[in-house]
Design a protein around this ligand. Structure first.
Ligand SMILES: [Zn+2]
Length: 269
């Protein structure tokens, strides 16, 4: 008989402009105590982790992707708990920044965790190495940065982000139809299917806005930002520009837009 995992939220104590109140890491207690994501190595995080472990030894950390707020804490965990294993999908250029021995995970790998198992689900888009971890018994998905309730997810093309891949990942998770998603940022997602559908609709709307801008002859992504996000505050313009660029790159891949340097136009014009 298989047993559902019963995760405990362990706050990573890393508030900041990109992480809001800070990340959530998830401890799955049981025979194979497992942590999802490493945080950033804050001593308070390690203290909270030890308290949640209640005397048991952490066996492994499964990392959703190589961004600093998910992976950089591996070193501090390894220092305090030298026996712990670290597993993630390889993204060699990035993983090298965090000095632990990473063991490779790939799509479909099944890993014992707590008193049950988790399967790795490859969900690129936000980053090229992104994995979600799926507990079939509880229909529970540890979703990393795939989704975050109350906001959308940044897809940064200059850092390996890819809107087409992200949309395919959302579709893939829709098919799984999780009962709950446990994200790295924000509250537990109780109605994942609804949120995933909203995300897909949101991206479709953005694409329409980018196409509309191209159609009236706007060629510069920064000018598209001014049109699509008219009330945006200046510090967020670079993030919005990345998002517009991500959509332009998707359109280029589909043969619907072309570029000359930084200037974009509809294909065939
Ligand atoms: Zn991330």
């Amino acid at each position: 008989m298989t047993v559902p995992v019963n995760p405990i939220a362990v706050h990573a104590f890393n508030p900041g402009p990109m992480t809001g109140p800070g990340n959530t890491t998830w401890l799955i207690p049981g025979r194979v105590p497992t942590l999802i994501d490493a945080g950033t190595g804050e001593p308070q995080h390690l203290d909270a982790l030890e308290a949640a472990l209640a005397g048991s030894r952490l066996a492994q950390v499964l990392v959703t992707h190589s961004h600093a707020d998910h992976a950089s804490g591996a070193e501090a965990i390894a220092q305090r708990m030298p026996h712990v294993r670290f597993l993630k999908m390889p993204w060699p250029e990035h993983d090298a920044a965090w000095h632990v021995r990473w063991e490779p995970l790939t799509d479909g790998d099944v890993v014992p965790a707590g008193d049950g198992v988790l399967s790795a689900v490859y969900t690129p888009g936000h980053s090229p190495d992104h994995l979600c971890f799926w507990s079939e018994e509880g229909r529970l998905l540890f979703c990393g940065d795939l989704a975050s309730k109350g906001s959308t997810v940044v897809i940064p093309p200059s850092h390996g982000g890819d809107v087409s891949a992200y949309l395919a990942s959302l579709d893939r998770i829709l098919v799984l139809a999780p009962a709950k998603m446990l994200p790295a940022h924000g509250p537990v997602i109780d109605h994942p299917v609804e949120l995933l559908r909203e995300y897909i609709a949101h991206r479709a709307l953005r694409e329409q806005q980018v196409l509309a801008a191209l159609r009236i002859g706007i060629t510069d992504p920064t000018q598209m930002v001014a049109r699509i996000y008219p009330t945006l505050i200046a510090p967020l313009v670079p993030v919005a520009r990345e998002s517009v660029l991500a959509h332009l790159l998707k359109l280029e891949k589909e043969g619907r837009a072309t570029r000359n340097g930084d200037q974009w136009r509809l294909a065939g014009e």
